[in-house]
Design a protein around this ligand. Structure first.
Ligand code: PHE
Length: 437
């Protein structure tokens, strides 16, 4: 129960509540959701199982696991890809966590109240262009993340989050019900659930695949590490399904919270990363007891985001300490230091560094795009091929059936998916995206 709750804690985070609505908004709503769900089913859940098999059979971190499972193949170089991805993600993710902290303090001070939607848009624009405030909150968040890692408060945070995550889900349902009663809400529901097939373009497919990997914390050995703590009696297939389904439900709830309001207030669904920070304050404004809901929601989002940043930090900390022989404290300092430098640059991407672009993207956008849409799916190919082709069939069967004590009805389709469907689908989406941009 503890290990699976921690895994869900890693998966459910700003990816579901901040990134899913913004990506769905940019990529046409229903078309995006359709491809997203297909990606979760065909690649997401199978690759989660693959990471689980590797993690639980070795009880090691990614590098140790690869050395043990495939000693002749020198595959442990792949751990560098995982570390690169985790450092890129924590750098831009902590900026958004900083935005959450800003909005939490604004709501506690009662300042997220009494304005029009246009004023809230301006408020966010002023905030992200202010170099000091954004950087300050990002650094503060990372410092807090360090304290949690350093002090071994992880267990405590996980215990707290076991109670608070279900509460977040309840809160999302309240917001959805509220959203559905808004005038014109049905247009938002239609936007999210009615796919316009002509909108399924290469960009949408790549975006949805990247979002699925990002939201499931998949492809960078994060789930592998969690699974190394699973018990031998845990069912890997069942746990993977729980993570995949819960994570998707939370994302859809977030969509149902945001889009009815977007259409009802005449806002733009394609606003990008700032979407929820403009829409949520407008929602609180219209709800009875709005300021209280605001504090509650941002506080819970804060908890959801720190359980995710802990899990991403763990990847490089385990590597620095186990492979380079650093103490855990030093490893945490190194991880935090790198994240602070890169995070500062990402935080400035909306203000003074907004002109500093690579391939037309700011550093924030570049890290977001490259990690989610390229590195994590590459990780997906790696882990699915490894479990589908390289690992001993008997070992995989033992892991899936817990040494023959469980019957797994989906065994054949699952292995088929890992061998062919998931890697081929990822490659097809990559090629489709590169060749038909
Ligand atoms: N899945 C997390 C979220 O949805 C983000 C994350 C990505 C966490 C990669 C760990 C590793 O917020």
């Amino acid at each position: 129960m503890g290990a699976i709750a921690a895994t869900v804690g890693s998966a459910v985070g700003l990816g579901n509540i901040w990134r899913f609505p913004y990506e769905a908004g940019v990529h046409g709503g229903g078309a995006f959701l359709l491809v997203y769900v297909a990606c979760v089913l065909l690649m997401g859940i199978p690759v989660i199982v693959a990471e689980f098999v590797i993690g639980r059979s070795t009880h090691k971190n990614v590098r140790g696991a690869l050395r043990e499972l495939a000693p002749r193949h020198k595959l442990h170089w792949f751990s560098y890809v995982c570390i690169l991805a985790s450092l890129m993600i924590i750098s831009f993710y902590s900026v958004v966590c900083g935005w959450i902290v800003e909005y939490l303090q604004l709501s506690v001070r009662g300042l997220l109240h009494g304005h029009t939607p246009a004023e809230y848009e301006q408020m966010f624009a002023d905030f992200v262009q202010n170099p000091w405030r954004c950087v300050l909150w990002t650094l503060l968040f990372l410092a807090l993340n360090y304290v949690v890692l350093r002090r071994g408060l992880k267990r405590g945070i996980e215990r707290v989050s076991n109670v608070l995550m279900p509460l977040l889900a309840v809160l999302l349902v309240v917001f959805c019900v509220n959203g559905l009663t808004l005038p014109g809400a049905e247009r938002g529901v239609r936007f999210l659930f009615t796919p316009d097939f002509s909108q399924i373009t290469p960009r949408v497919a790549i975006g949805a695949m990247g979002q699925a990997f990002f939201s499931l914390s998949l492809g960078l050995s994060c789930l592998l590490t969690y699974a190394s703590y699973f018990k031998d009696s845990d069912s890997l297939v069942r746990n993977a399904t729980i993570v995949g389904v819960l994570d998707t439900v939370v994302a859809i709830l977030a969509g149902l919270m945001i889009f009815p309001a977007v259409f009802s207030y005449g806002m733009r669904p394609e606003a990008g990363p700032k979407l929820i920070f403009e829409v949520l304050p407008a929602i609180f404004e219209q709800m009875p007891g709005g300021p209280v809901w605001a504090v509650l929601l941002f506080a819970l989002l804060f908890v959801a985001s720190i359980t995710s940043t802990i899990s991403m930090s763990e990847i490089s900390i385990a590597f620095f300490s186990e492979e380079w022989g650093m103490s855990r404290n030093r490893a945490s300092i190194l991880n935090t230091g790198i994240a602070m430098v890169l995070g500062t640059l990402c935080a400035l991407s909306f203000g003074v560094l907004s002109e500093a672009t690579v391939f037309g993207m700011t550093l924030f956008e570049l890290f977001d795009y490259v990690s989610s849409n390229v590195l994590l799916p590459v990780g997906g190919i790696f882990f699915s091929l490894l479990v589908g082709w390289v690992l001993d069939r008997g070992l995989v069967r033992d892991q899936l059936t817990n040494h023959g004590t469980r019957t797994v009805r989906v065994m054949r389709p699952l292995v088929f998916c890992l061998r062919y469907v998931a890697p081929a689908a990822i490659v097809v989406i990559f090629l489709y995206g590169l060749l038909w941009r």
